[in-house]
Design a protein around this ligand. Structure first.
Ligand SMILES: *[C@@H]1O[C@H](CO)[C@@H](O)[C@H](O)[C@H]1NC(C)=O
Ligand SMILES: *[C@@H]1O[C@H](CO)[C@@H](O)[C@H](O)[C@H]1NC(C)=O
Ligand SMILES: *[C@@H]1O[C@H](CO)[C@@H](O)[C@H](O)[C@H]1NC(C)=O
Ligand SMILES: *[C@@H]1O[C@H](CO)[C@@H](O)[C@H](O)[C@H]1NC(C)=O
Length: 380
């Protein structure tokens, strides 16, 4: 048979496979492997990844440098092995589909694809410079905070030497050409890096306030700041980001903790009065007023990735997928509790909560973090 025809047939078959079978089929032969790269990119239902905790005094041979993946639809777990023992002392700051933004103990950032184990190393922090010409020196402390020294080279004065943790972070990856964009917050500043840049750049909003959370969509970064307002930046116009709008919440509103974006590009703000209970708000662009929304429609909210996804192929309609509280995520010594790991799916229609405590209860080793993510697969 014509080899092109075979390839086309294999592609047709592979595009019909489930996520797990797709990855199995890739290993059949080199023809199947190259066919997998030509398959249309698809997304599966949300999976969980659980990151291993650092267990002190463990003998070297019993260190488990693996992450656990869990597919709630098949009720099946998978293990991603050989991630290197530094994974135990590395925090996950953000995710984008199968890609995760990681920060290791030596203050090195990298992107990790949890399905292919591919890594992309990001520049060191030595080269960090602000849009106003300041230079920064970062020194990692024993916990996950930094001591940051700020130099202003115009008059050779050391301005500041203070201890900061990393706040919110954002990752965006174009899976076709591996373009990526990373932002993270420290103090009242934001540091960003995109593929092709030499190093990190630092900027500040005119509001001079700390970032609580942020989302990135179509070159625009929306930053939720301490006073509850949202400032936005456009990264598509030249060298430095351009601040283009600020939205201030009405006084009766609301202790927003998170931002998210819907499939149609609408920015949502999320507050949580109590555990497993979330209020979702959207802003009317005309009046700039926030109002609570009762339903996500035919979408589900993946809070760990700050996006909504279509509720089909097993994704639960009007449900909110979340893991435990963000504040613990930056604490290196935090372990997920075996009997209450905080991982859940909340039905926004009737507030019913599905828990996943069996994942930590049944594991011999502790986990420090868990995130829902969308395993994307296929090649183009
Ligand atoms: C999922 O699998 C676990 C063990 O692998 C089992 O204990 C549990 O009952 C299963 N849950 C469902 C809903 O089938
Ligand atoms: C600032 O530092 C530069 C290079 O280290 C040096 O050449 C310059 O004389 C210094 N300026 C002042 C005002 O100390
Ligand atoms: C920003 O806020 C900090 C702390 O409140 C203050 O020390 C600093 O001077 C402010 N910077 C500007 C440019 O307003
Ligand atoms: C959520 O609750 C509604 C109302 O009780 C129910 O009809 C729907 O099936 C529930 N969704 C899921 C995914 O359980």
């Amino acid at each position: 048979m014509d080899p092109m025809l075979i390839l086309d047939l294999v592609i047709m078959v592979m595009e019909r496979l489930s996520f797990v079978d797709f990855y199995r089929a890739r290993c059949v032969s080199s023809v199947w492997y190259s066919a997998s790269k030509s398959c249309r990119m698809r997304q599966a239902n949300p999976w969980l990844v659980l990151f291993p905790a650092d267990v002190l005094h463990l003998p070297l041979e019993s260190i488990d440098d693996s992450c656990k993946l869990f597919d709630p639809i098949d009720n099946k777990s998978y293990t991603v092995r050989d991630l290197g023992s530094d994974i135990l002392r590395t925090s996950c700051l953000a995710s984008y589909n199968s890609w995760f933004l990681m920060l290791d103990r030596k203050t090195r950032f990298y992107l990790l694809n949890m399905l292919t184990r591919e890594r992309i190393h990001l520049p060191s922090l030595d080269s960090m410079e602000s849009t106003e010409g300041k230079k920064f020196k970062f020194k990692r402390n024993f916990d996950s905070s930094f001591t940051v020294t700020t130099f202003h080279y115009k008059d050779n004065v050391t301005l500041l030497s203070t201890c900061y943790g990393i706040g919110a972070a954002v990752l965006w990856v174009d899976e076709r050409n591996k373009d990526y964009f990373v932002v993270w917050a420290f103090d009242r500043s934001l540091a960003y890096h995109k593929k092709g840049d030499d190093g990190w750049r630092v900027f500040r909003s005119s509001t001079n306030q700390s970032c609580v959370d942020m989302v990135f969509i179509e070159s625009k970064l929306y930053v939720l700041i301490e006073d509850g307002s949202i400032t936005s930046f456009d990264f598509s116009c030249g060298d430095s980001p351009m601040e283009f709008a600020s939205f201030t919440p009405s006084p009766e509103c609301c202790d927003f903790e998170h931002l998210a974006v819907t499939l149609s590009g609408q920015v949502l703000a999320i507050s949580s009065e109590e555990r497993h209970s979330y209020d979702i708000y959207k802003m009317d662009p005309k009046s700039s007023k926030w109002s609570i929304i009762k339903s996500l429609g035919d979408e589900a909210l993946l809070l760990d990735q700050r996006i909504t996804v279509p509720a089909k192929d097993g994704v639960l309609k009007n449900c909110l997928y979340c893991s435990y509280n963000d504040q613990f995520r930056r604490d290196d010594d935090y372990n997920l509790r075996e009997d209450d790991n905080g991982i859940c799916v909340v039905n926004q229609t009737n507030n019913e909560v599905q828990l996943f405590n069996h994942l930590t209860a049944s594991s011999p080793l502790p986990f420090k973090d868990a995130r829902w993510f969308i395993p994307t697969f296929g090649g183009k």
